[in-house]
Ligand binder design. Structure first.
Ligand SMILES: Cc1cc2nc3c(=O)[nH]c(=O)nc-3n(C[C@H](O)[C@H](O)[C@H](O)COP(=O)(O)OP(=O)(O)OC[C@H]3O[C@@H](n4cnc5c(N)ncnc54)[C@H](O)[C@@H]3O)c2cc1C
Length: 381
């Protein structure tokens, strides 16, 4: 069954034209520069691409989750995982917490700028000492009158170097169960005490900037607490399904493109007097790649459908994230291999795909953590 309706396909066609005209021709330059330019966020904001699910009151389109699936699928086609990653971190991996648990005042203050592309968002959970183990966060937040004072360090913060609004997780109390000690805060860039310690140099996703951040007695007013004090762990955990689904959607779309590139290459490349497409050893591997893409897509759409309908989909989302991101890496290996030496040079898109999508079995919950979640649900201790 096809989950997309006419209005989704209309949006897809518009976005595809935009990506082909305004993004793809520039990705080499942005990869070189190590950033997605501010002008792209503004342009996408003006065209309504950054607020597809947000309420119309704030400038959004009030569409459903399938529209976001289209957004991620089409962005992934720009041939730079980092560009898609930066935009999706902004639209789906950080700002949705604001619309879900923000106060009316917080929404009114920040959402119009986020949707318009003037306020670029970043999610600061991971720390130098803890990633998968979110309960181990050591950044502290202590109350001082009508302010919170935040101290600690964050790392791997996407959009963290050039972003404007950080969604920060910090420990706001020491007593009680570990999971009931975290809170979320909104911290605008430029707040005294908040600094970028370094811009990380990465294997791939080069156009998305990644920061190490230092919080040195950063003061924010109490109205910057996001959601409930002490409920941060649960708030974060419930938001992670969207992030993981989007990682799966991006992986499927980029895998399809790598498969298509490989098919085209096998057809045009000659060896031993015939086209590579005629060698059975390669044809069978192509069949495996196509099967992996199809299976990953169906698993992802199945989980996305459950998510869109508000069902409990933790197991299905974890399976989709695990399968689609692992499949992308197997497909990347085969795509590079079948391009021969050309698969190993920067000009060939599958080379970048292999570097970029290596990230997704690690970030947004590693493959090991997905297996932990799935097995805990199947075999509760
Ligand atoms: C380019 C990039 C961008 C990122 N963007 C962001 C961002 O915007 N915001 C943010 O907060 N974070 C971000 N991250 C961080 C990312 O989410 C973490 O790297 C990830 O959660 C893993 O955490 P870790 O690196 O601390 O690894 P660790 O948690 O130290 O894990 C190391 C290894 O041990 C395995 N492992 C850990 N625990 C278990 C277990 N219980 N059982 C079995 N194996 C286990 C892991 O799977 C992994 O293979 C980003 C990371 C990168 C590389």
């Amino acid at each position: 069954m096809k989950p997309f309706k006419d209005h989704h396909e209309l949006f897809r066609a518009t976005l595809r034209r935009f990506v082909e005209a305004e993004i793809t021709p520039h990705v080499d330059e942005w990869e070189e520069d190590g950033l997605v330019p501010r002008s792209l966020f503004k342009q996408m904001g003006e065209l309504g691409f950054l607020g597809v699910e947000y309420a119309e009151d704030y400038g959004g389109s009030g569409a459903d989750f399938w529209m976001t699936v289209v957004l991620a699928e089409e962005l992934a086609r720009c041939r730079a995982g980092g560009v898609a990653f930066s935009i999706i971190v902004h639209t789906d991996m950080s700002s949705p917490w604001l619309s879900r648990i923000g106060t009316p005042e917080q929404k009114a203050r920040h959402l119009p700028g986020i949707i318009g592309g003037e306020t670029v968002c970043a999610l600061a959970i991971t720390e130098p000492g803890t990633g998968s183990d979110m309960a181990g966060i050591e950044t502290r937040a202590r109350r001082d009158g009508d302010e919170w004072i935040i101290s600690g360090a964050k790392t791997f913060t996407t959009n963290g170097v050039y972003g404007d609004l950080y969604f920060v997780a910090a420990r706001s109390r020491d007593e009680g169960p570990t999971h009931a000690q975290l809170s979320q805060f909104l911290v605008p860039a430029g707040t005294p005490g908040l600094s970028v310690a370094s811009k990380l140099r990465k294997t791939g996703m080069l156009s998305s900037d990644t920061a190490e951040l230092v919080f040195d007695e950063v003061r924010v007013p109490t109205e910057n607490l996001l959601g409930e004090e002490g409920r941060g762990f649960y708030q974060l955990a419930s938001g992670l399904q969207r992030e993981r689904l989007l990682a799966a959607v991006l992986s499927v779309s980029a895998s399809q493109q790598a498969l298509d590139d490989t098919l085209a290459y096998l057809r045009q490349r000659q060896a031993f007097g015939k086209s590579l497409a005629e060698f059975q050893a390669l044809r069978h591997r192509i069949a495996d790649m196509a099967t992996q893409v199809a299976a990953a897509r169906q698993l992802t759409y199945h989980a996305a459908g459950m998510f869109a309908d508000g069902e409990d989909c933790v197991t299905e989302v974890s399976m989709a994230k695990l399968f689609a991101t692992e499949a992308a890496n197997q497909i990347a290996y085969e795509a590079v291999q079948m391009h021969g030496g050309y698969g190993y040079v920067r000009e060939t898109p599958v080379e970048r795909f292999a570097r970029d999508y290596r990230l997704w079995t690690i970030a947004a919950g590693s493959s090991e953590m997905m297996r932990e979640i799935i097995s805990k649900r199947l075999l509760p201790k």
